[in-house]
Design a protein around this ligand. Structure first.
Ligand code: BV8
Length: 238
């Protein structure tokens, strides 16, 4: 039997129990900040220090010893290791918790908090320190030309061709910890359904914007629902 192919999409909810903020929960980032002030190219052009500060705080929190992958991240790494077919993990998250849990077949469609992009040379490099207007580009040495390597609103997400190719051929699409508010990620379930093959599953704390598009739903904390789902898939499929 052809080994069946799995595409997984994760959002901020999978990292909540690791201590990272979500965006649209009552205690989320957008409850105390405006997207227009910190997560658009226009915001960066208008007040780069404010945008750098927003990401410097999130980077420092991510690098604190209190933040580590949780059972949901580890379960997805187990699925990649033990599933006989293809597993592609597409994350909207900019943290590195999937990598730290052991996931390798991974696309950060919204970029990565621990990388810097140079506006002068285009170089992308690992970056773990605070970023300021005197930070030097590791590739070209220019000063004050760095931005966080993250996709802001109004910018094109990364590796979309590769993502749509995988969605067009998958047998299982699983959406985990996302509210289904942000496009194009929120449209992936419809893409998967359109291939005529995919069984679609939503694992979330609560019903998302796109809940009616999923064949199967399990609601509860990711650290409970994801390991249970992975165990079921590995033992008896779907
Ligand atoms: C683009 C990086 C076009 C920054 C982010 C229709 C089609 C296409 C675009 C649009 C469209 N309509 C509007 C748009 C524009 C826009 C958009 O979608 N706006 C929304 C607000 C309406 N989209 C864009 O701008 C995108 N770009 O379309 O470009 C283009 C075309 C040609 C050429 C150039 C450009 C770019 C979007 C990317 C923006 N960047 N992130 C950063 O992180 O700072 S998106 C941002 O939202 C976050 O990264 C996050 O990943 C993403 C989605 O949020 P979620 O992950 O879902 O988080 P949220 O808090 O919303 O939900 C958390 C969920 O977890 C909840 O459901 C909660 O119940 C659950 N949960 C909580 N705790 C737990 C849990 N679940 C399980 N266990 C728990 N313990």
């Amino acid at each position: 039997m052809k080994s069946r192919r799995i595409v997984i999409l994760t959002g901020a909810g999978i990292s909540k129990e690791s201590g990272l903020d979500t965006f649209r929960d009552a205690d989320g980032l957008w409850a105390r900040l405006r997207i227009e002030d910190v997560a658009t190219p226009e915001a960066f052009a208008r007040d780069p220090a404010r945008v750098q500060d927003f990401y410097n705080h999130r980077r420092a929190n991510l690098l604190s010893t209190a933040v580590a992958p949780n059972a949901a991240h580890l379960a997805l790494a187990r699925l990649e290791a033990e599933w006989p077919g293809e597993v592609l993990l597409v994350t909207q998250n900019i943290d590195d918790l999937h990598e730290r849990a052991g996931s390798g077949k991974l696309i950060h469609m919204h970029g990565e908090l621990l990388k810097a992009r140079c506006l002068a040379c285009g170089g992308v490099n690992a970056w773990r320190a605070p970023m300021t207007d005197v930070s030097l580009c590791p590739s070209c040495g220019a000063e004050g030309t760095l931005r966080v390597h993250v996709v802001w609103f109004g910018e094109m997400p990364l590796e979309m061709d590769r993502i749509y190719e995988a969605l067009g051929a998958c047998d299982l699409f699983v959406s985990i910890g996302t509210s289904g508010n942000v496009y194009p990620a929120a449209g992936f379930v419809a893409e998967a359904r359109g291939n005529g093959l995919a069984h679609t599953v939503e694992l979330n704390l609560e019903s998302s914007e796109g809940h009616s598009l999923f064949d199967e739903h399990h609601y509860g904390p990711a650290t409970v629902e994801v390991p249970a789902f992975v165990e079921r898939i590995l033992s008896r499929g779907w």
